[in-house]
Ligand binder design. Structure first.
Ligand SMILES: NC(=O)c1ccc[n+]([C@@H]2O[C@H](COP(=O)([O-])OP(=O)(O)OC[C@H]3O[C@@H](n4cnc5c(N)ncnc54)[C@H](OP(=O)(O)O)[C@@H]3O)[C@@H](O)[C@H]2O)c1
Length: 278
């Protein structure tokens, strides 16, 4: 993996809006999967990163592994669903950086199983981590982002925030919410110069399916064309550098979204048929 560099092209096909060197970035969900890979890439490109997640030992591991990287890494362990932790992140940025260039809202968790069998607690827990936490962290980061250099908010959504599927109702609802909120604030914040970007991965090989909320162990998710976290991280960082407003990842993901948009009834039928076989 080589460091990503911003570059301009004469024909304007790839115009970098941001340089990662010295960029001040807060990355949530940095202890595993996509977040871990994102932080690695940012550090190799010379960014200054504040990484957060609940598992401190994983964040320490990031420090050990990247001692020689050109960027700098600081960690702040904590639960993002706590307003105290979110405020501590902002305070840290104020004290150490006096501003913020990029907020990466990546932390998230899912749940699998029929809506009818689930508790209201499951819906609330999924919404807390996948929607309320990133939205509220963003709100309190805005004053810092306004003082940042080419500021951006990079939201990691999901293909399931574009087309919902059965047995993941809470997760789909949370990712739809994140997408709707991102669209709204993208326009609201345009004048202040803060870009709102969204990357929507499809199934990715990570610990996501080991840490499902209120989901019986052994519950399986059917998926094809699994992506690697580093591939998602690479595309997410390219989106940040080029300021791409929205990316849907993987051919399967794009087909699901397009078929849901153009042929909603047929898509419902196919998804229902696959349910019948489980
Ligand atoms: N894997 C997929 O198939 C897939 C597909 C589409 C979209 N996504 C999205 O990609 C993002 C990253 O997921 P991933 O695949 O990399 O899964 P992952 O390996 O399970 O990573 C999730 C990250 O979120 C953190 N996190 C979870 N709950 C938290 C909380 N309450 N407070 C603070 N941090 C919390 C976890 O850290 P701690 O446990 O240490 O707190 C971990 O670092 C998520 O938003 C997910 O919805 C994933």
């Amino acid at each position: 993996m080589g460091p990503l560099k911003s570059h301009d092209s004469l024909d304007g096909s790839i115009v970098a809006k941001r340089n990662l060197t010295n960029m001040r970035v807060v990355a949530t969900g940095a202890s595993s999967g996509i977040g871990y890979a994102l932080v690695r890439r940012l550090l190799h490109a010379g960014a200054h990163v504040l990484a957060t997640a609940r598992r401190e030992e994983r964040l320490q591991q990031l420090i050990l592994e990247h001692a020689d990287a050109p960027g700098t890494l600081s960690i702040l362990p904590g639960d993002l669903t706590s307003s105290h932790h979110r405020e501590a992140i902002v305070q840290w940025c104020r004290d150490h950086w006096g501003g913020l260039d990029t907020l990466v809202n990546n932390a998230g968790a899912g749940a699998i199983g029929p809506f009818a069998d689930a508790t209201s607690d499951r819906l609330r827990r999924v919404m807390e981590i996948d929607f309320f936490a990133p939205a509220e962290l963003t709100r309190i980061c805005l004053p810092l982002l306004l003082q940042g250099h080419r500021p951006a908010i990079l939201n990691i959504g999901s293909v399931l925030g574009h087309r919902a599927v059965p047995f993941k109702s809470e997760y789909c609802a949370a990712k739809f919410a994140m997408r709707g909120w991102s669209e709204a604030i993208r326009v609201e914040l345009k004048r202040s110069g803060i870009d709102v970007l969204m990357v929507s991965p499809s199934t990715t090989r990570s610990e996501f399916f080991d840490s499902l909320l209120d989901t019986p162990t052994g519950t399986r998710s059917r998926s094809v064309g699994i992506m690697e976290p580093d591939t998602v991280a690479k595309i997410a960082i390219a989106s940040l550098v080029r300021s791409k407003r929205e990316r849907i990842l993987s051919l399967g993901g794009k087909l699901l979204v397009l078929s849901g948009r153009w042929f909603p009834s047929i898509t419902d039928y196919i998804l229902g048929r696959s349910l019948a076989k489980t």
